[in-house]
Design a binder for this molecule. Sequence first.
Ligand code: FAD
Length: 351
Amino acid sequence: MPKKDIAIAGAGIIGLSAALDLALAGAQVTVFERGLAMHESSWAAAGMLAAGDPENPVELRALSTFSLGLYPDFLASIEHLSGKTIPILSTQTLQGAYSLPPNAHRLSAETLQALAPGLQEDGLKFYLLEEKCFDPRLLGDALVQAVKEAGVTLLEQTAVNSIESSAEMVHIYTTSGEFAADDFINASGAWASDLSPIPITPRKGQLLLACHPHLYADQHLTAAVRTPHLYLIPRAEQHVLIGATVEDAGFDKLVDPAIIQSLHEKAADLWPPARDAQVVDAWSGLRPASPDSLPVIGSLAPHHWLALGHFRNGILLAPGTARLLRQLILKERLSVDLHHFAPGRFNPKHA
Ligand SMILES: Cc1cc2nc3c(=O)[nH]c(=O)nc-3n(C[C@H](O)[C@H](O)[C@H](O)COP(=O)(O)OP(=O)(O)OC[C@H]3O[C@@H](n4cnc5c(N)ncnc54)[C@H](O)[C@@H]3O)c2cc1C
């Protein structure tokens, strides 16, 4: 069988993970990236694999579990191809909730204080999740290298302007000329509606990195802490990541010092040692969101595929989404029922 030619718009974690899976399955893949690879939402993320976050919609459960299960092989394959290591920064999360989910065991005050000395429960009940977290920028560096090693052509500074699909193939019009492919995947994040008739909007997240060099080792967080309002994630060398807002601010990525200060204060109310920590960095990113906050995975037109709207969980969901796209495009059996993620759900004509 001749090699399939696949074109992808967007070199965030969704586009690059799909590129890697398809290339390893034997496809010839080209990724078009308007700016630099892994420099938008995927760069801004906190890096939690938050499959157990009680704030996640229930419809996400099967896809989250599937994607999480693929993570060890996904990371191993990226590390093998790139020769780079992706360190795991924390392996446990203290999840706070106003009511405990079934089967969750509330942590005793002693256990809580051992993992997060000083933590204020403030009406919340905390339980433990085995959940990994890593730095998405280190993952990004390694993933870019890995896709190149796997034979993917990555064209940065090349925007897709429009596409035309016919029964046989797709024409892709870019700022570097016209290309043809057997299949096209729109993985262009918060900007996806420019290329496909799907209502994806940006939801801004601001977060900050703080450093507290004067804490004794036994006063540090040894697990991430997450509540319905914010999270704190221990990072190397006495740093802690504090996030994140969810804002409807269009495509504005400006960091607002007042909002950063307010996040810092809320974090210090929850974990008082954060009060003396110095803010060393703050940034923002645009999460791609659909109207029902669920991803969009599938097609609306022949050979025109969509991998969009991963909102707060794109890092978690990347390997699962990539595998499902591969299964759709190569006509393999699907591992997850995709009806919750059908592109046609926003347009009755296509439903
Ligand atoms: C503050 C914050 C914290 C987060 N924390 C987490 C977390 O802890 N865990 C988690 O799982 N998720 C997290 N997320 C969500 C996660 O970052 C996103 O869901 C994920 O990065 C989306 O990936 P993407 O590839 O779809 O989009 P992006 O990473 O934004 O990539 C889209 C790419 O498409 C390119 N592009 C756009 N238009 C075109 C075009 N016309 N032609 C070519 N290229 C184009 C863009 O330049 C961009 O590089 C967080 C997000 C934010 C903002």
